[in-house]
Ligand binder design. Sequence first.
Ligand code: ADP
Length: 485
Amino acid sequence: MFHRRLKFLPKLSISQRFYAIIFIITAVLILQIGIFWSAVYVLSSLRAYVGAEGSWAMSQKASMSSLLRYSTSFKQKDYDDFQSFLDVPLGDKQARLELLKPSPDLSIVREGFIRGENHPADIDRMIFLLKHFRNVNYLQQAIVIWAQGDVLIEKQRDLGVRMHENVSTTRTSNPNVLYERIKPLVAEAVENDKVLTTIEKQLSTILGEAAREIRQLLLYAVFGFTVVFGFFAAMLTLYISRLVRQVDKAKSEFIALASHQLRSPLSVISLSAELLKNSGVPKTEVDKGAIEDILQQVSQMSELIEATLNVSRIELGSLVVETDPIDIMAFARVQVETMQVIAHAKGMSLSATCTPEKYLVPMDAVLLRVIFQNILSNAIKYTPAGGEVHLAVELQASEILISVSDTGPGIPEEFHQHIFSKLYRTPQAQKSAEGGSGLGLYIVKSIVTAAKGRIWFNSREGEGATFFVSLPLYGMKKIKGNVRL
Ligand code: ADP
């Protein structure tokens, strides 16, 4: 379904498709980070306003207390306190009025917010919110209430100034006379303060509601986007895995075809070389050596092609396992027999212990042969002349254990993890004169795994190696599969 939606992708080459997918994922990720960042930014801007409202209200209260103190003490200090506390809401007012202009002077706005005792780090956020969200319902209401509050603050300042003028111009030191003169102003200031208190409450409620609502909204947005993105990513992953499988299949099919095509010319070369060798035409040692070289190279190449074909078959599908009752002990002894010639030529001893004498079990003879031949031929190949190779087949509680040990150079610990990987050969093997493809153990492992068995080895550098294959006591189970070796 998703595959069909990405119709434009199949028109691109495989690498272009991958780039397109990486581009899409990166773009969506950047978008998501952007949304998340904006959410956090907007919320922290609101929090800054909630804090600003708090100090606005506190300063207003403090200015009122100073004014009331002044109305009985008539001390200049109390009057100065009144003015300086009032400067906080007046600073905020300066910022608000400037910001609401079509092209505000941001230095005036900043100066206002600093006078309003806002934290300098919050000021840019406060500017951002008021500039871009002033038309959002809650903020619009908050601005109207804030403006009403500012009118009352101005009135409060006016009343204070008038009290101060009255006190300064009255020529008496009698506090009762002084108080009587400013009494109506004090009463008006108290009334004004009451209205201001109501307004502060409204402002704080509306900001709180705005914060809650916006947080909820942003949460939904982030959550919704994450779900959509998650779904999108899952679909893309499916698409990519499908693509990779297609590429892999195409590659394996190509290798299978190429290897198959290579077989016929190779057998012609091999046959011709054999004919030439037996024709008596090559007389000199150089000619004979050249023909032996051809035969050896052709044989190595055939092995390589066989292994490559097997790997591509394994990778093209699942292995067919066909079973017949086989005496695995006799089977093992035959495998050892066929290898004796090579071992003998190398001056090595090749022995086997198979207990019990006979054990009939359902097995796929082709696959079993590949297992034995690979581990046995590896042991003979990597063990120097004069060494020993021993095969053991025994029955354990729940498995048939096959082991092949040799007195060869062993495998250094650092390479252990790679031994069953496709095309892997240790540096020692690469340096040695022995040919190899690095595919044998990979194939054996694939077969053993398909047959529900296990394969592993023990080895230390310089101390030989023992390869183990364990197969279930009940033998191999038939698998329909779709590829044969
Ligand atoms: P190759 O065709 O190279 O033998 P394999 O897949 O059969 O490929 O083996 C992988 C590598 O494991 C070999 O190249 C060799 O380095 C190492 N190896 C396998 N068997 C032995 C052994 N008995 N002793 C030492 N090294 C071994």
